[in-house]
Design a protein around this ligand. Structure first.
Ligand code: NAI
Ligand code: MG
Length: 395
């Protein structure tokens, strides 16, 4: 039976990397019906909504989305680009990928970062004496995707009830009571037990399924006692009762970023709230090649959307020959394949990607450390489709 997959190309390079990925999926033997969903800047300009209801309905029906990237712009710029007939009608721009995560409660974000042998972008460090070491990173970050500091509950010059509630806290009285209300900006960091437990259980479950020996909660529980503290405490309970065979580690986000270059190879699964998960996953992605390699999954209880972590890279979007690296998108599609149980096809594609990188004959401009100019392909860099061709040839 053919699967229905909703493709969400979006803007800029989103469409290019998605098209190349579908070519790889086809050649790898994945049988699917691709149904394109409208999303992105074009629909903001023409309809005042970058995430039309018909796209939501498609995902609601078919459950699996493969997303390229979108362009976001600040509110005022966005309004200026609206179709004249829609201006002054109260449309306010908001990011459609954030909208998707919220609408479908895609609260579990998974971002694997593993070293590809032979990738010229791999992190290397100084070892003892003159030794140069290239640590093998194999980390999977679980980021809570819907709450915390990115939950959107925030105010400048907060309303009276909020101010009064804040003023019941002894620390607020001590540190902020003398500040005029108009000069206060407040962003909340709300964690719920349910979502925290879901991200932790997802992390432990993954560690067990794929044989990782440790799960690290990367927060700051000694200072952010309520939210980080709750996450770590729940992690301890879950580990004790359900995963005694997996070690639970506890790191602070600041120290973790310092240790990133010291010993990244010792970590397995890392779990964090929304913002710290965002930070630590970008940090690890930097060790394994950066945006051209960073893939992700957004999982809800019902719907799942898979996407590279990079954006629409507008600078490169209009090159006659696309030069961007499609691997982040292809790896995101492999995560989709695992999610729907197509393990063999995922394995086959991953193996081919590894082979192409290790052989080193075909490299996109980022892997050659070139500046992203249209002429990189004249100077030995592979184009987006040449990279996809090489991966297809190795399947
Ligand atoms: P970006 O990720 O689009 O590009 C930043 C730089 O990273 C590029 O100039 C390029 O040098 C490199 N890069 C990105 N993808 C690459 C690839 N596949 N291969 C090789 N190099 C790659 O981020 P930027 O420029 O900050 O944002 C551009 C637009 O994308 C903005 O409108 C932003 O809001 C949006 N954005 C969307 C995201 C999404 O759709 N999930 C995520 C991040 C940004
Ligand atoms: Mg980020």
């Amino acid at each position: 039976m053919k699967r229905n997959i909703i493709t969400l190309p979006g803007d800029g390079i989103g469409r290019t990397v998605l098209d190349e990925t579908i070519r790889v999926l086809d050649k790898a033997g994945f049988e699917a019906e691709y149904i394109e969903g409208d999303i992105g800047w074009e629909f903001w300009k023409s309809e005042g909504n970058p995430l039309p209801d018909r796209t939501i309905e498609l995902l609601e029906k078919h459950k699996i989305g493969l997303f390229g990237a979108i362009t976001s712009k600040p509110k005022d710029e966005a309004t200026a680009e609206l179709d004249p007939s829609l201006k002054d009608k109260g449309y306010i721009y908001s990011s459609p990928i954030v909208g998707l995560r919220q609408h479908f409660n895609l609260d579990v974000c998974i971002r694997p970062c593993h070293t590809y042998k032979g990738n010229p972008l791999n992190f290397i460090r100084r070892g003892k004496g003159e030794a140069i070491e290239e640590p093998l990173v194999d980390v999977v970050i679980f980021r809570q995707n819907t709450e915390g500091l990115y939950g959107g509950v925030e105010w400048t010059n907060p309303p009276d009830q909020v101010y009064e509630a804040l003023a019941t806290h002894p620390r607020f009285i001590k540190n902020f009571k003398h500040v005029p209300k108009e000069e206060l900006s407040v962003s909340t960091r709300i964690f719920t037990k349910k979502a925290t437990e879901r991200i932790l259980r997802a992390a432990f479950g993954y560690a067990e399924k794929y044989g990782y020996k440790n799960v690290t909660v990367c927060e700051k529980p000694n200072v952010i006692r309520e939210t980080s503290g709750m996450m770590y405490k729940l992690a301890q309970e879950i580990q004790r009762t359900d995963y005694p065979g997996i070690e639970l580690w506890n790191t602070n986000i600041d120290a973790q970023m310092m240790w990133l270059t010291k010993n990244p190879e010792i970590y397995g699964v890392i779990v964090a709230g929304n913002m710290f998960g965002d930070i630590v996953s970008d940090g690890f992605a930097g060790l394994i090649g950066g945006l051209g390699f960073a893939c992700s999954a957004n999982l809800g209880e019902d719907v799942a959307v898979f996407e590279p972590t990079h954006g629409s890279a507008p600078k490169y979007a209009d090159f006659e020959t696309s030069i961007v690296n499609p691997i982040a998108m292809i790896e995101s599609a492999c995560m989709m394949l695992d999610h729907i149980g197509e393990y063999d096809i995922a394995k086959k594609i991953r193996k081919s990607v590894s082979t192409v990188i290790e052989e080193g004959k075909v490299k996109t401009y980022d892997m050659m450390k070139m500046a992203g100019k249209p002429d990189v392909t004249d100077n030995g860099a592979a184009s987006t489709s040449q990279m996809a061709d090489a991966i297809i040839a190795n399947l």
